[in-house]
Design a protein around this ligand. Structure first.
Ligand SMILES: Cc1cc2nc3c(=O)[nH]c(=O)nc-3n(C[C@H](O)[C@H](O)[C@H](O)COP(=O)(O)OP(=O)(O)OC[C@H]3O[C@@H](n4cnc5c(N)ncnc54)[C@H](O)[C@@H]3O)c2cc1C
Ligand code: SF4
Ligand code: SF4
Length: 414
């Protein structure tokens, strides 16, 4: 694989755009799509109010971190979908929706891990082709233009939070989608990046970057890289080279993102709130709406479910890790002198984390908090004029809880 040149960072003037695809089609004028871009409308807040009749309660710890929901639980496919990212719950739901006629088309992604292509899938085989993650910015919503041109009236979209925000807003405000019934399956999403940047990161961290078929940031505090030959490389988070966590590597849009758990989806299908499963099959479900219940019902006989589990104290771990997490933003120069932690020490820390650290939904809460706080800092330092638009109220409550403004004020001298 030809490796991209070392990327120029920071790229803090880069336009806020996650390549969601809504303004990349030509069925209607670009300006109409841009009105619904999440970087012009903001995260959650009024969108949440429109969908649920209220904003999330920042004093309810679960709602603050995971969003408004009807119920949450762990789930495992009795017969996993071969080639899916985890057990394939998303692919199976989308297949059920097409096979039963609940929808006429599914907005998904075809192409490879590094080259995702928006796809309108109208047959079971086209839905199946979409399985597996494309861990890069992906233009799913370009396929909405195709669905509208074809006159589809019942559509399922599978999307990351930025896709879901844009389509919910467009659906509510734009006459083009009047009469279109929308079903939304969401994935949790954070720290995404452009394909060239991912190639560069993998070239720094993997012994064989060209044979990687999928990757995940796991609950055992390691990045797991699966290779075509079947083996899995595991790299402790603590051993990642400082270069890969500096600003400008993850997209600016993803550093300005405040909806990790996809709070506007009808249901969110992830893994990080479930206990770590070595076989990548135990998934974590959040059903948010009646439509989410209808979607889950399509596969309810095909999955085993179990109540959530939790142990430990997310907030204590966030406090312990916050300074290290914010260092690349607050003191970028100091990162130049840093060396990655040796593997032995990194693996020992992973073990300590697994035994004493947050587990189950506490792990998910830890991850949601720390990413929200980091992104709060990023926007305050690099895009202060967009702060009020982008940072939702509940994240401002969270930042106060951790005394984040004090740390920022001492850095900026304000
Ligand atoms: C960049 C990224 C970061 C993620 N981070 C987390 C996380 O931190 N915690 C967590 O619990 N889960 C995360 N997920 C979701 C998780 O990896 C699985 O996608 C999810 O659990 C569904 O698994 P599945 O086997 O049911 O999916 P499958 O049945 O394999 O279906 C996956 C579906 O997701 C769609 N998809 C793939 N890549 C993208 C993309 N980039 N944008 C939009 N849609 C896409 C595919 O088109 C397909 O329809 C992330 C996913 C991505 C792409
Ligand atoms: S995020 Fe989506 S709608 Fe916004 S500018 Fe980028 S492609 Fe267009
Ligand atoms: S991190 Fe946020 S902005 Fe980036 S791709 Fe995921 S949902 Fe979109």
């Amino acid at each position: 694989m030809e490796l991209p040149p070392k990327i120029a960072t920071p790229r803090l003037n880069e336009k806020l755009c996650s390549h969601c695809g809504l303004c990349m089609g030509d069925a209607w004028p670009v300006q109409e799509s841009l009105q619904s871009c999440v970087f012009n409308t903001g995260w959650l807040g009024k969108h949440e109010e429109r969908l649920f009749g209220r904003k999330r309660d920042p004093h309810d710890d679960d709602e603050l971190a995971f969003g408004i929901s009807l119920r949450r639980f762990n789930a495992r496919m009795k017969r996993p979908v071969d080639g899916a990212q985890w057990g394939g719950i998303i692919t199976r739901i989308a297949l059920g929706a097409i096979e039963t006629g609940l929808v006429e088309g599914v907005l998904t992604l075809h192409g490879s891990m590094m080259h995702p292509k928006a796809a309108l899938a109208t047959t079971p085989s086209a839905v199946l082709e979409g399985r597996g993650n494309k861990p890069v910015l992906s233009p799913t919503l370009t396929a909405l233009h195709d669905a509208w041109r074809k006159g589809l009236k019942k559509v399922l979209v599978i999307g990351a939070p930025c896709h879901v925000h844009a389509i919910r807003d467009f659906h509510a405000r734009n006459p083009h989608l009047e009469g279109m019934e929308l079903f939304v399956v969401g994935i949790p999403c954070t720290d995404n990046l452009e394909a060239d940047h991912l190639r560069w990161v993998l070239s720094l961290i993997s012994r064989s970057p060209e044979s990687i078929t999928s990757m995940e940031f796991m609950q055992d505090y390691r990045v797991h890289l699966r290779h075509a030959g079947g083996d899995t490389e595991k790299i402790p988070f603590f051993c990642l080279p400082p270069d890969v966590v500096r600003p400008g590597v993850f997209a600016n849009s993803c550093m300005s993102c405040f909806d990790y758990t996809n709070g506007l989806a009808d249901l969110t299908v992830g893994y990080f709130g479930a206990p770590f499963s070595r076989d990548w099959k135990l998934q974590w479900m959040t059903i948010r709406t009646d439509r989410g219940e209808r979607l889950f019902e399509l596969i309810s006989k095909e999955v085993e479910t179990a109540p959530e589990q939790k142990r430990g104290d997310a907030e204590r771990s966030v406090k312990a890790g916050l300074e290290t997490t914010l260092e690349p933003l607050l003191y970028p120069q100091s990162m130049l002198k840093r060396k990655p932690m040796p593997r032995l020490a990194g693996n020992a820390l992973c073990l300590v984390g697994q035994v004493l650290g947050p587990f189950g939904t506490e792990f998910a809460r830890y991850s949601v908090h720390i990413h929200a706080l980091r992104n709060y800092c990023f926007v305050r330092l690099n895009n202060p004029e967009k702060f009020d638009l982008l940072v939702p109220e509940h994240v401002q409550v969270l930042a106060k809880r951790y005394g984040l403004d004090t740390a920022l004020n001492s850095r900026t001298g304000s």
